[in-house]
Design a protein around this ligand. Structure first.
Ligand code: PYR
Length: 627
């Protein structure tokens, strides 16, 4: 390629070259670079077909979004936030008669149904239609929670780029994120300067609504992130995580008074709205009515309800909340709703039509976006759980949506497939042993880890005090009892705490107080030296949150492979079938056409030769077979 480039260059052909010709004529080397990238893409696809793909690849069509270029972008909630400010906008929300809707399709819905695997490319395709057909939403929940980690770890793309790209494509509707208070978008408490910087960067990149929760409902852990989020001028929702059952008067800990007290504490922190975060779908319809009605009486802020449909009562819960005056509710587009995800927006819109809480949303238009997701979801089939029905047993086990759909494969991978029922029973038992705690990331992981540990070691709630003395507990359980996630309501169960900590002393202050600040400039310099590319403050924050995951991402995209975000998702996840062809735009105007010809047998050196046709020319790559 290079020689051809030189020989065919017009200056060379015209004899207008001196000894500096090679140094001065940079474009001669372009071909080397794009050839290198093409090879890396072939290597990537080769690796998927040899090592990643399990079973035959089904037929997929490239999914197309509805054509919306000729439509104009109408005013939306983001424009109103900019006009009225956060406080003014919250007042506007409170004054509305209609029920306002958040669409979680771009965040919690795929987190709960397909292990958070939706890729930016697929969102970008539907972004114009989303902006034009769904401008009457309260917000799009599209960032935070698990999306940040999964983007880097599994999708090999930057979550910041997702946020910023979608922001330019959807300028009119508020973007909402889920922030795990002092755990940011991770699984542990981070130093205060990381939390502050993360919030500042998120707001600057396009987040309008910060929904902030603490996994133990410990307000102490929420104060700093709430104050930082308020400084950005964006809308701040203080969340109360719902657990237990306020209708059951025998359960004293998480009763109505508990939630009212917490809502008032959050109101005193200056938040603009209160979110009820029912992450396991435990809020029964009549409980929702009672809770919302009481909160509306006791606090002056608008109430935003989030639930999951795991138990099958999701729409009823939203309806009863609507009856009681809830201001905003979370739903997902029908294609991505139900089961462990949010209740269906389509069903709710129809249910409330011609009633005082009519959402005034245009279902005919929304269905055009929904239809896209119906097709898109097919490309993510390998991440679907095998749950076929709702599970009212979750009222008993209190397992959050995302964890419930994940627990079975997790249990299977540990060789406990036939003991799923026992693990669920142990989950309930573990919750009680830990002090009957709120269960949501990361405390839900503590309970899950303890449950699996108990099942594996034949430990129950009676013999744990004896057997536990000679067992080392999972790290997450040790961290919990050390106080490194925060303080649970009612304190730690002392006897088990001593057994788990084995002499270590727990803390009772906010973990963030003890964690030293990260050295952002030092980290930036180190990363730039190691990877040879400029690092922004966002990159540095990503490293602080997930050091190994972030470095692996850079290694993947800079050295091992290249940027693969432009592959269609069915190619990204399952490669190509024999004779199947795909097109990849590697830069503007430069498209590769790739056809898979053959996958060779494994050779003595453990490699397989994968043969492609790249723009009509035969190319082979050798791929290590790891199976
Ligand atoms: C998350 O923290 O990711 C939840 O969805 C609760």
């Amino acid at each position: 390629g290079f020689l051809v480039n030189v020989l065919s260059h017009e200056k060379f052909a015209a004899g207008q070259c001196d000894t500096n010709f090679l140094d001065k004529t940079k474009e001669l080397f372009d071909i080397e670079e794009s050839k290198d990238r093409a090879t890396k893409i072939l290597n990537f696809i080769g690796n998927v077909v040899v090592n990643e793909r399990k079973g035959a690849k089904p037929e997929f069509e490239n999914i197309l979004a509805p054509g919306t270029e000729s439509l104009e972008i109408k005013k939306g909630s983001k424009d109103m936030l900019d006009e009225l400010g956060a406080k003014g906008y919250a007042e506007w929300v409170k004054a509305q008669k209609r029920l306002l809707i958040t669409d979680t399709t771009m965040r919690d819905a795929h987190q709960s149904l397909v292990a958070t695997r939706f890729r930016t490319r697929d969102f970008v395709k539907i972004s114009d239609a989303t902006s034009k057909y769904m401008n009457d939403l309260f917000s799009l929940e599209m960032w935070g929670g698990a999306t940040f980690d999964v983007a880097y770890r599994f999708l090999k793309e930057s979550p910041w780029e997702r946020l910023e790209t979608l922001r330019t494509k959807i300028p009119n509707v508020m973007f909402q994120m889920l922030l795990r208070a002092s755990n940011a978008v991770g699984y542990r408490n981070y130093p205060d300067n990381v939390i502050k910087q993360f919030i500042e960067e998120s707001a600057a990149s396009g987040i309008d609504v910060f929904r902030i929760f603490d996994s133990l409902n410990w307000v102490e852990n929420m104060k700093l992130p709430i104050q930082e989020a308020l400084k950005t001028g964006k809308l701040v929702e203080g969340s109360i995580c719902y657990t237990g059952n306020i209708l059951d008067e025998s359960r004293l800990k998480y009763n109505l008074d508990y939630y009212v007290k917490m809502a008032k504490e959050l109101e005193a922190q200056g938040v603009h709205m209160i979110a009820i975060k029912d992450m396991a779908g435990l809020l029964k319809p009549y409980a929702a009515h009672k809770l919302v009605k009481t909160l509306k009486e006791e606090v002056s802020l608008p109430i935003h309800l989030h639930t999951h449909d795991s138990c099958g009562n999701g729409v009823s819960t939203l309806m009863m909340a609507a009856e009681a005056g809830v201001d905003v509710v979370d739903c997902a587009l029908e294609a991505m709703s139900g089961l462990t995800s949010q209740p269906s927006m389509n069903s709710l819109i129809e249910a409330l039509k011609d009633t005082p809480r009519d959402t005034e949303l245009n279902l005919d238009e929304i269905v055009k976006v929904d239809d896209y997701y119906k097709e898109l979801r097919k490309a993510y089939f390998s991440f679907e759980s095998d749950l076929k029905t709702t599970s009212a047993e979750i009222y008993k086990y209190e397992i959050p949506g995302g964890q419930y759909s994940n627990l079975k494969p997790q249990v299977e991978s540990l060789g406990l497939a036939d003991r799923f029922h026992e693990v669920k029973e142990k989950y309930k038992m573990a919750n009680e042993l830990l002090g009957d705690i709120v269960k949501v990331t990361p405390t839900s992981k503590v309970v899950g880890d303890l449950a699996i540990f108990m099942e594996k070691n034949d430990v129950d709630n009676e013999n744990i005090y004896e057997l536990g003395k000679n067992l080392s507990f999972p790290d997450s359980v040790v961290d919990y009892f050390k106080g490194m996630i925060g303080q649970p309501e009612g304190g730690f169960p002392k006897e088990l705490q001593e057994i788990v900590l084995k002499g270590d002393q727990p803390i009772s202050c906010r973990p963030g107080e003890l964690l030293p600040d990260e050295d952002f400039e030092g980290i930036k310099a180190e990363l730039e030296k190691k990877f040879g590319i400029k690092q922004t403050m966002k990159d540095v924050v990503s490293y602080c949150l997930y050091p190994k995951v972030y470095e692996d991402f850079l290694e993947h995209n800079l050295n091992q492979y290249t940027d693969v975000s432009n592959l269609e998702s069915h190619v990204f996840f399952y490669g190509l079938r024999k004779d199947e062809e795909c097109e990849v735009e590697i830069e503007e105007g430069k498209t590769l056409s790739i056809r898979l010809i053959d996958i060779g047998e494994t050779k003595k050196n453990g490699q397989r030769t994968v043969t492609f046709e790249l723009n009509g020319i035969r190319r082979e790559v050798d791929i290590q077979d790891n199976n």
